[in-house]
Design a protein around this ligand. Structure first.
Ligand code: HEM
Length: 338
């Protein structure tokens, strides 16, 4: 699988009829747009978001009831994903209800496998973004969305269609991934109380790197970002199988992250040992440019959850429900905070 992801010449990302920037591009064209995307996701940019992210994470955790059942996806994962991405992009909080409804509709459409339904939901999102561009047009940028509207690729301004495509990829799928990641992390901590206590202590000591390494390892064990596709540009061999030009190949990140030949027992939590082979954020030219932002956001919400509780336990009366493939992770994670 790593061989496919790191050989974009043979295995193209151009799997969709739509032009998807930068995910669906290859070679020099991909590199040009990827350079634009990377400008917004540098460590310096991410560090500017820590403060706003902490404020909204703390506010979410403060409103959670103690001693009674709380469903983590609905009460923490989804609002935190929407608010932190909106804060980064400069989108109004009034949009929250629309974005929350959109995440749900998108998951339903993805699960249904119905192309018409998926296209309709995607179209609705594009319209939403276009409406966000209007008030920013012709004005000096005051947020990431405005900056992107004034940005250039290969010396010319980005078109509206390109801006919408880039913003769609920063939000559309990633809002869902962020939300489900919160569910996976909280479920893991609730079922591993010793680790939970260790990380609560480390969070209190400001051990940011250790917290992010723990999060990346928890996501490896139960990776909610399931897969991506490639299409063969020429005949190739994969293991014992022959691939013909035009064949689609699935990069199954969840399965690769649990490959016993690489990790031994895939359920063994070993952040340091497994870091080098961890594929949660992909590998090769398309590896996730949002990794640092994502890990920071997930760390901050985890720190606030651990720092403002003594214990997070699964609700004994309401078992969590797994998501339905192709969506990964948990659909619901009911817990009791004390
Ligand atoms: C838990 C959250 C996330 C996970 C697990 C994740 C994982 C991944 C993976 C595995 C890829 C590689 C795709 C491929 O090889 O085809 C990828 C690509 C990408 N991710 Fe993420 N991602 C997450 C969140 C984010 C966020 C928050 C952003 C934006 C702020 C983002 C932006 C992107 C973009 C633009 C690409 C395409 C890069 C390219 O084609 O060069 N991701 N992500």
């Amino acid at each position: 699988m790593v061989g496919v992801a790191t050989d974009p010449g043979t295995f193209s990302s151009g799997v969709s009829a739509r032009r998807v920037i930068p995910n669906g591009l290859d070679g020099a064209e991909h590199a040009a747009y990827r350079a634009v995307v990377d400008r917004y996701l540098t460590d310096e940019r991410v560090s500017r978001q820590v403060g706003p992210c902490r404020t909204l994470a703390a506010a979410i955790v403060d409103t959670l009831p103690r001693g009674t059942s709380v469903e983590i996806l609905a009460s923490v994962g989804i609002p935190f994903a929407v608010r932190s991405q909106s804060s980064w992009l400069g989108w109004p909080s009034a949009l929250e209800a629309v974005l929350v409804a959109w995440i749900r509709d998108n998951q339903v459409a993805t699960r249904s496998g119905d192309r018409a339904q998926t296209a309709e939901v995607a179209q609705r999102f594009d319209q939403l973004i276009l409406e966000l561009l209007e008030p920013r047009r012709g004005r000096p940028p005051t947020d990431v969305t405005g900056e992107l509207m004034n940005d250039t690729v290969e010396g010319r301004p980005l078109t509206d269609a390109e801006i919408v495509s880039i913003l769609r990829n920063w939000t559309a799928g990633d809002l869902g991934s962020l939300a489900t990641s919160v569910g996976v992390i909280v479920h893991f901590l609730a079922t591993h109380p010793d680790l939970q206590q260790e990380l609560r202590t480390r969070a209190g000591a400001g051990e940011h790197e250790a917290l992010e390494a723990a999060i990346e390892e928890i996501l490896r064990i139960d990776d909610p970002f399931v897969s991506n596709r490639r299409v063969a540009t020429c005949p190739a061999r994969l293991g014992d199988g022959a691939i013909e030009t035009g064949d689609q190949v699935l990069l199954d990140w969840t399965a690769a992250n649990r490959d016993a030949a690489v990790f031994g027992d895939p359920d063994r939590y070993a952040p340091e040992e497994n870091a080098a082979a961890n594929l949660v954020f992909g590998i090769g030219a398309h590896r996730c440019p949002g990794r640092a932002l994502t890990l920071m956001e997930l760390r901050v919400i985890t720190e606030e959850l651990l720092g403002r509780t003594d214990l997070i336990a699964l609700d004994p009366d309401r078992p969590g429900i797994r998501e339905t493939p192709p969506v990964g992770g948990w659909a619901t994670v009911p817990v009791v905070l004390s």
